[in-house]
Each structure stands twice: as C-alpha cells, then as structure tokens.
Design a protein around this ligand. Structure first.
Ligand SMILES: [Zn+2]
Ligand SMILES: [Zn+2]
Length: 318
C-alpha cells in the first residue's frame, strides 16, 4: 500500500544538486529568551547562534511570539518567527508542547484544545510540530493519534537529552506505524540557559540542529524544506548523501556517505538493519535493508555517540 507523506509531497534533499543552486543551511528552531523562561535577552540569544555559525533560528518563547523585528541579525542570517504553544491535552496525558513556526499573531493556547491550536496555526500559514514527546510523556496512541495537521516531530532536543529524555525516535516510528504516514523531523536545542554563564554548566546548547536543503536564504524556503522533508537533523555527524536501490533479488540496498561514523542504523517499518566496520570508523556504507519495509530512516552514529537522523524514505513507490 502506498504510504502518505504528512502535508505535502516529500522532497529528497540528497537529490537536490549543487549545480542547480542548492545549498545546506544549519539552524535551530527551538529556543527561549527572557520573554518567557530563558536566561538571556532575545538579542543575546540571536548573537549566540550567529557566533556559532548557524544560518537560521526561531526564538520560540512559551505562549508568546518574540517578534523578529525586535532583534538585529546579519543580512544572511534568517529569523523565523514563532512560539512554543501549550494547549490542553484532553486525551489523558500531560500537556502538549507544539513548536509553532511562521506565526504572525499570538494564539492564547492555554486551556485550548490541541486541534484548535493546530488549526489556528495553519490558518496563519504556520507549522505546528510535536515537540519532545518523550520528555513530555506524550503517548502517541493516547495523545496524538486523533490530531490532524501536525507538520512532524522533534526527534532530538538537547535540553531534554540532558535530562535523559532527549530522543523521541520510538514515538516517531510508532506514530508513522499507527497512521501509515511519513512525518519529517526536527532536531533542536530548546536552549533556555546562558552559554556564557560558567555556572550554567549543562551542555544543553549548540548540540541539536536541523540542516535544510534550499536555494534561497529566506524563511519561506526554509519552512518549505522543513515541511517537505528536504532536511536532516543532527547532534554531530553530517550526512552527505543517501541512495536506496533494489538489487536483482528485489532487496532494498542503501548507500550512505557521511562524516566519520562508527555505526549506521537503517530503521525500517519492519524491524531494523545496521552497518558497522569491525576495522573501525568509516565515511561510506552500503548495506541491505529489511524485506517488506514500507519506509526506512537512517541514524548515523558518530565516534563520540552523537547522531544524525535522516527523514524517512518511502520504499513502497517501486
Ligand atoms: Zn517544551
Ligand atoms: Zn521549549
């Protein structure tokens, strides 16, 4: 059965060529300032990410928009306006956290039903992403399945990682399994602290980012790349290319080029597969995937245990 992609047609970022004008931008879409419970002013937050070589940022304060015209940034740095909204969870679990991008008007999401918030975000042309469900103790079957119109999932969150619940990959897989639909991901910092404060000491900054494949440095191009899956997330490694082809026996075989890796997981809708080299780390891998899988997504594990997450690839098309 053909698999549906959430929202719109999926775009393979590794099929978008340099010679056609495409390039990668690195960004973080989840951060907090003194406009909510963050430790630094919005300008300091922007300056921090500019100084770290990021290309784009969202100041996603809780419950309110920090407007991009209140801060200064270099011309080639892209600010995406948004907020983290917290509607009720009427389905029994803890409250939802949605990272909402491309908002113009504040939404008073407190005590609002989650579907109502998603609908209002979309009515503004925005995107609502399911933030850190592992950290929130959000259960996909109980709390998320009845919602329609979420753009995807935050698979990695640096701050939550420091508290043992940073990775929501099982929630991601479960959601796609339950809905028979592919969702793209974000990897984010969710930075609240002041990296310049020697006592913050939590290492919860500049560790989660999403790279998008675009032709323009604009909010519109970045948002389109995120929603269509022309992206990958990382806490360390780079992914240079992914291709999946059928061999003569009809088995899907993946070839991945990446920065130095110790292992690659091929997480399939049916079980999983892996590649490692007993001789040591590697920068290219070719390995067979599980038979009968509807989709596969890849996790590249760097020498230090950090990871990169590809978006899922539809295997039902051929
Ligand atoms: Zn949150
Ligand atoms: Zn947050």
């Amino acid at each position: 059965m053909a698999i549906e992609f959430a929202g719109r047609e999926a775009v393979d970022p590794f099929g978008l060529k340099d010679e056609d004008g495409y390039f990668w931008l690195k960004g973080n879409l989840h951060s907090h300032t003194t406009n909510s419970d963050g430790a630094v002013e919005p300008q300091v937050r922007v300056d921090g990410y500019v100084g770290q070589g990021y290309d784009y940022l969202c100041l996603s304060d809780h419950h309110r928009i920090t407007r991009v015209d209140t801060v200064m940034a270099p011309d080639d740095f892209v600010l995406i306006q948004g907020a983290e909204l917290h509607p009720d969870n009427p389905f029994g679990g803890q409250g939802h956290h949605f990272v909402c991008l491309n908002l113009d008007d504040d939404i008073d999401a407190k005590r609002m039903a989650p579907q109502h918030v998603i609908d209002q975000v979309r009515a503004q042309g925005g995107q609502a992403w399911l933030a850190h469900p592992h950290w929130s103790s959000v259960n996909i079957l109980r709390d998320t399945l009845r919602l329609d119109g979420l753009s995807g999932i935050e698979v990695f969150n640096s701050v939550c990682e420091c508290m043992g619940r940073g990775e929501s990959s099982v929630h991601w897989d479960d959601w796609m399994e339950q809905e028979h639909k592919i969702y793209p991901m974000l990897a984010n910092d969710d930075l609240h602290s002041d990296p310049a404060d020697p006592n913050s000491g939590r290492f919860d900054y500049y560790r989660g980012w999403t790279k998008v494949r675009v032709k323009e440095r604009t909010p519109e191009a970045i948002l389109e790349a995120l929603a269509s899956g022309a992206s990958y997330g990382s806490s360390g490694p780079d992914i240079h290319s992914i291709s999946v082809e059928r061999n003569a026996q009809g088995v899907a075989v993946a070839t991945i080029r990446c920065s130095e890796a110790q292992r690659i997981y091929g997480v399939c809708s049916t079980y999983g597969a892996q590649f490692y080299d007993p001789k040591g780390t590697f920068e290219e891998a070719t390995f067979a995937l599980r038979k009968g899988a509807d989709w596969v997504r890849f996790e590249v594990v760097g020498p230090d245990g950090s990871k990169a997450w590809s978006n899922p690839i539809d295997l039902t098309a051929d």
